[in-house]
Design a protein around this ligand. Structure first.
Ligand code: ADP
Ligand code: ADP
Length: 229
């Protein structure tokens, strides 16, 4: 079953008649539990696409369906998405525990359940030793693990990752890439990852969407895309 369907999606940021579209006529069908990499050069519309799926950006035209329901105007918090985006920066003065627990507490989840969920996801993301540390003192890789843990603690149906490895060194990138792969194999949460790194998309994704200047150029398995004659 397709979990996420984009139908002829367009995005224009300004209302000006001559403003270019950031995304043009984008259609995608994403099966439940799959891992999709959106790949393309800077400025091609990757983040815009992800933000429309997340409900952080209005869709100018077209339809977005999640689990068979049109949700163009469904608020982000009701879409069942977990976001690891740069704009959802962690709070440096707070501990790792408090950062992960933040949205559960905001929703008045009972304390014992918050504790259980924070510890479980911290173990999955291998940050359980860091729970008492202040986020401000962590390395880049540790911060990204916490960031993903914070997105996952909401038990999202869809996990959205915007360049989660981009500020890391080569070694850390490789390690975290393996972790993300392992995580996806374990929880099988429909995942979309935006990257400009071909290697990253290739090693992680079941399907790759290649974008250029707001347009979807290719969609297929890594094999279909890279073994083309
Ligand atoms: P990518 O993620 O592939 O780098 P973006 O989705 O960020 O691309 O950007 C696609 C296009 O939309 C670019 O031309 C960019 O300048 C423009 N854009 C992105 N965000 C905004 C915004 N908030 N307001 C106006 N234009 C934007
Ligand atoms: P609520 O869950 O009540 O909406 P939050 O402050 O926890 O309140 O979330 C604000 C919005 O940010 C929600 O719309 C949610 O979809 C989105 N969101 C998703 N993942 C995260 C995240 N990791 N950090 C912050 N906000 C997120």
């Amino acid at each position: 079953m397709n979990h996420l369907v984009l139908k002829h999606i367009y995005k224009k940021y300004s209302n000006g008649a001559d403003a270019p579209y950031a995304v043009k006529d984008l259609s995608l069908e994403i099966p439940e539990g799959s891992f999709v990499g959106i790949l393309g050069p800077s400025g091609c519309g990757k983040s815009t696409t992800l933000r429309m799926v997340a409900g952080l950006e209005e869709i100018t035209a077209g339809d977005l369906e999640i689990a068979g329901k049109k949700c163009n105007h469904v608020p982000s918090k009701d879409r069942g998405v977990g976001l690891a985006f740069e704009e959802y920066a962690l709070y440096p003065p707070l501990t790792v525990y408090d950062n992960i627990a933040f949205c559960l507490r905001a929703k008045k989840v009972p304390k014992a359940e918050v504790d259980q969920r924070v510890r479980a996801i911290a173990a999955t993301m291998k940050v359980e030793e860091l729970l008492k540390e202040k986020v401000g003192g962590l390395s880049g890789g540790q911060k990204q693990r916490v960031n993903i843990a914070r997105a996952l603690v909401r038990n999202p149906k869809i996990l959205l990752l915007d360049e989660p490895l981009s500020h890391l060194d080569q070694k850390m990138r490789q390690i975290l890439r393996r972790e993300i792969k392992k995580l996806h194999n374990e929880i099988k949460c429909t995942t979309i990852l935006v990257t400009h790194d071909q290697m990253e998309a290739l090693s992680l994704a079941d399907y790759i969407a290649v974008m250029d200047q707001g347009v979807l150029k290719q969609f297929g398995t890594p094999k279909e895309i890279y073994n083309e004659p």
